[in-house]
Design a protein around this ligand. Structure first.
Ligand code: GLA
Length: 387
């Protein structure tokens, strides 16, 4: 049995002390990880006002909005040029009314509106970038009613990431509207060291793909920076692929469980207008969402590896309980066991299964469950008073 010592010690101490530098970004936003929807993973450049309106309607109707998915973000390709005054101009064929009225529509559905730009000279798809136009872009976004900006890092050769992102942070502050700031430089300039001073979330990895291997690789990368995360400042292992078709439902349940366990932003990336029930049941699992959104704001950690490919991940929650993911990376169904000692609690403890929504029982020292191949069991473990 392998024990990873540092997490064990942290969880043993209840993670009372989390070391991170004092943030100088103080926009009071994203006290819990941002939740919403982003166009990129499913639609790429095929974005339009029509799609955004239909998505806003679907987010309200499907229950996503009421489950906490509040930011609707248009990713790359909405912009085509700058006007004579230097303002970004939207594609007039795809966004005939412009962006401001579209933001109004999104707001009218009880959602918040997000947009994408790039800190370099051009976006990743070759559209105009924000470099040198930080102040005017921040003012334009604020005037349109933008609530969330994702800023990418393509075409930024020779530029310094902490400097450029701080420049846009300051421009946003000057523009005077509360705007969540999402830093997207793929972990290439150690953003876990400066991101909390600059943005509300920062990507720690390259782009996700709708494949098991990619998802697991991002999990392992993002896990390394757990101590940098906290209220207002989150590690971002990239958006969700749940429902996009490249993984099985067991794999998507594992993906969603682990993103929640890591207090990752939960940005759905599927076509929410046509969600099958299985996808809806994953994204709308309120007990798993509650783990992600727990007010303590601690990123969970890998705490036990009972055998190669069999893992136990744990996250302390504000009520003294622990969220635990029994994670089977192997291709065979198997039993995984966790000991209370490994997740930093004293027994006995009650166990609730967050996917079957059942109370499983009270256990003196440990818990075991059968976990599907490429799958996860997620439970909440609550010490029994006086135990
Ligand atoms: C980069 C980002 C993605 C997406 C695309 C858009 O690859 O990491 O999340 O925004 O650009 O072009």
């Amino acid at each position: 049995m392998f024990l990873r010592l540092a997490p064990f010690i942290c969880l043993g101490l209840g993670l009372a002390v989390v070391h991170r530098p004092a943030p100088s970004l103080d926009n009071r936003l994203a006290r819990t990880p941002p939740m919403g929807w982003n166009s990129w993973n499913h639609f790429g450049c095929d974005v339009s006002a029509q799609l955004i309106k239909e998505t806003a309607d679907a987010m309200a109707k499907s229950g996503l909005r009421d489950a906490g998915y509040q930011y609707l973000v248009i990713d790359d390709c909405w912009q085509v040029a700058r006007d004579a005054a230097g303002r970004l101009v939207a594609d007039s064929v795809r966004f005939p009314g412009g962006i401001g009225p579209l933001a109004d529509y999104v707001h009218s559905r009880g959602l918040k509106f997000g947009i994408y730009t790039d800190a370099g000279r051009q976006t990743c798809q070759g559209r105009p970038g924000t470099y040198g136009s930080e102040e005017i872009d921040a003012r334009t976004f604020a005037a349109w009613g933008v609530d969330y900006v994702k800023e990418d890092w393509c075409h930024a050769e020779g530029l310094d990431a902490p400097t450029q992102y701080a420049r846009f942070r300051d421009a946003l502050a000057k523009a005077g509207r509360p705007i969540v700031f999402s830093i997207c430089e793929w972990g290439s300039n150690r953003p876990w060291e400066w991101g909390a001073r600059t943005g509300n979330l920062w990507r720690t990895t390259g782009d996700i793909g709708d494949r098991w291997g990619t998802m697991v690789a991002l999990l392992d990368l993002n896990a390394q920076y757990a101590l940098a995360a906290g209220p207002g400042a989150w590690n971002d292992p990239d958006m969700l692929e749940v429902g996009n078709g490249g993984m099985t439902d067991d794999e998507y349940r594992a993906h969603f469980s682990l993103w929640a366990l890591m207090a990752a932003p939960l940005m759905a990336g599927n076509d929410v207008r046509t969600m099958p029930a299985a996808t809806r049941d994953i994204l709308l699992n309120k007990e798993v969402v509650a783990v992600d959104q727990d007010s303590l704001g601690v990123q969970g950690l890998l705490v036990q590896e009972p055998a190669p490919d069999l893992q136990v991940w744990a996250k302390p929650l504000s009520d003294g309980s622990r969220a635990v993911v029994l994670f089977n990376r192997s291709t065979l169904q198997t039993v995984i066991t966790t000991a209370w000692r490994a997740i930093g609690i004293r027994g006995p403890a009650r166990v609730r299964d967050l996917w079957t929504h059942t109370d499983v029982g009270t256990f003196p020292t440990r818990f075991m469950a059968t976990v599907p191949a490429h799958g996860a069991v997620m439970v909440r473990v609550t010490p029994v008073a006086g135990g």
